[in-house]
Design a protein around this ligand. Structure first.
Ligand SMILES: *[C@@H]1O[C@H](CO)[C@@H](O)[C@H](O)[C@H]1NC(C)=O
Ligand SMILES: *[C@@H]1O[C@H](CO)[C@@H](O)[C@H](O)[C@H]1NC(C)=O
Length: 461
């Protein structure tokens, strides 16, 4: 057994001992469940910079103000005074609203492990658009009514799936098609099914439903004509604007790595490569109220919202451990903020290939989520597309893995194909030095359905 395999097994063993058992299911609220008129009840303002701005499902709110806000198609929010703003669904987990100079974010209510109550938002976080006047709020939908209780399917229990990383599976993938090559990885030997699930997103970031990429408009078609046929932020005028590949190990922290990687790369771009940061995913795993540690999370809430509200710290302020724990970030460390975070296309459900290309080319790499099937684990090189439909290798549970798209390209053989160039967080020993290519233009595994971007604010240091 290699040293790395031993290390991974040790990491896995530590995780099994330290992760508290969490509910295995998630809220599953759709656009139509959330769209409508809401009343938000706001609690008292928290002192600027105080640590007590914690809003959780158990927070008791002593209501000081109520605001009525209508969330309308496709992303319009209107408050009771008629001010217009913006809203977006956040995956199927909750929603964010920006109207009348204030910003609200709450997770939808989820009870007894199987019931989503989409007409209610748990106590969530409210502040003005400059980040001041921080309060907790709770939301109650008034109309149209949604079914009070909505059962989500119970997750199938996690199974050990011996075919992942097997010679047999790899041979079968390589025989079935020629556009990508599979291999077995010694560092994956001995990993359990749960370890694979964490590597590929974590059980709490599993998507029960997801949007499709939207059709390309005529205007976008002409934008495509202005963009190069291949582009790679690792090689722009001889400069590399992408930070080194890292390894999340068997912790469902991909969303944190993808978010840090986006901020790191975009800071390099904004400063002509004079500021090369490595930010701390462990700060997210331990300290973020907007995600679930090693059980998963989403780039919109971390690379976007957490980075805007709380800021990111350097790796040395909380070196990566790959397991959950109490927040231990060095408190004297400077925080690095972002702004203008959004789903590409403007809101959840408005993304497509050209919108992503435009964002990558003009502003830098974007964080995406895509569905990981068992075959993806074996990827070595070439243009990945999911191979097996209804195949015995399929039973790996679908997870939502977050990664960073840094560019795109085209191949002519074995057949013409377009692809994205994507940075993974499974170390440099996986794929092509830690990177993979995946088919572009057909929403392969949902990779064009929910890309996220944010603009870092650089400090003069
Ligand atoms: C989540 O909700 C969608 C839309 O209502 C539904 O199609 C899907 O089956 C639900 N998923 C589960 C696991 O309940
Ligand atoms: C950016 O950095 C490159 C390489 O160091 C340098 O040649 C170039 O002049 C810089 N550009 C600006 C605008 O400073």
């Amino acid at each position: 057994m290699s040293g790395l395999a031993k290390l991974l097994i040790n990491v896995a063993a530590v995780i099994l001992l330290t992760v508290s058992v969490q509910a295995d299911t998630l809220a599953n609220c759709t656009y139509e469940d959330i769209r409508g008129t809401w009343v938000f009840e706001l609690g008292p303002s928290h002192k600027e910079g105080s640590k007590d701005w914690e809003c959780t499902s158990t927070t008791q709110i002593s209501v000081q103000y109520k605001v009525k806000i209508t969330l309308d198609y496709p992303d319009i929010a209107i408050d009771e005074f008629g001010n217009k703003g913006f809203w977006t669904l956040i995956y199927n987990q909750g929603f964010e609203v920006v109207v009348g100079g204030s910003k609200y974010f709450g997770f939808s209510v989820f009870k007894d492990k199987t019931v989503s109550i989409c007409s209610k938002a748990n106590p969530g976080w409210a502040h003005d658009v400059l980040g001041h006047d921080r309060r907790c709020f709770q939301g109650q939908k008034q109309s149209p009514a949604v079914k009070f209780m909505k059962k989500t399917g119970r997750d199938s229990s996690l199974r050990f799936e011996p075919s992942i990383n097997s010679e047999e599976m790899v041979a079968s993938i390589n025989k079935a098609q020629k556009s990508w090559t599979a291999t077995t990885y010694p560092q994956f030997q001995g990993l359990t099914h749960d370890d694979f699930v964490r590597m590929a997103g974590g059980k709490r970031s599993r998507m029960l439903s997801r949007p499709r990429s939207v059709p390309i408009t005529e205007k976008q078609d002409s934008v495509r004509g202005t963009l190069p046929s291949s582009f790679d932020w690792r090689k722009v005028n001889g400069q590399n604007y992408v930070s080194p590949v890292r390894n999340q190990a068997a912790c469902g922290s991909c969303y944190a790595f993808a978010s840090m990687a986006m901020a790191e790369s975009r800071l390099q771009i904004l400063t002509n490569n004079t500021q090369k940061h490595v930010f701390a995913p462990q700060d997210i795993v331990e300290c973020s109220p907007y995600s679930q540690g090693c059980d998963g999370g989403f780039p919109y809430l971390i690379g976007g919202k957490y980075a805007e509200d709380f800021g990111l710290v350097e790796e040395k302020c909380n070196p990566y451990k790959g397991h959950d724990g109490k927040c231990s970030t060095e408190s004297s460390c400077a925080r690095n903020y972002v702004t203008d975070y959004k789903y590409i296309g403007g809101y959840y459900g408005a993304c497509n290939e050209v919108a992503m290309m435009e964002a990558i080319y003009n502003r830098g790499p974007v964080a995406v989520g895509f569905m990981v099937y068992g075959d993806f684990m074996s990827y070595k090189s070439g243009v990945y597309h999911h191979v097996f439909e209804n195949h015995p290798f399929e039973p790996f549970e679908l997870t939502n893995h977050a990664v960073l798209v840094v560019g795109w390209g085209e191949v002519t053989s074995p057949s013409p194909d377009r692809y994205w160039i994507v940075k993974n967080s499974w170390g440099t020993g996986w794929g092509m030095d830690g990177y993979f290519w995946i088919r572009r233009g057909s929403d392969e595994c949902g990779i064009e359905s929910m890309a996220v971007e944010a603009t870092p604010i650089f400090r003069f240091n």
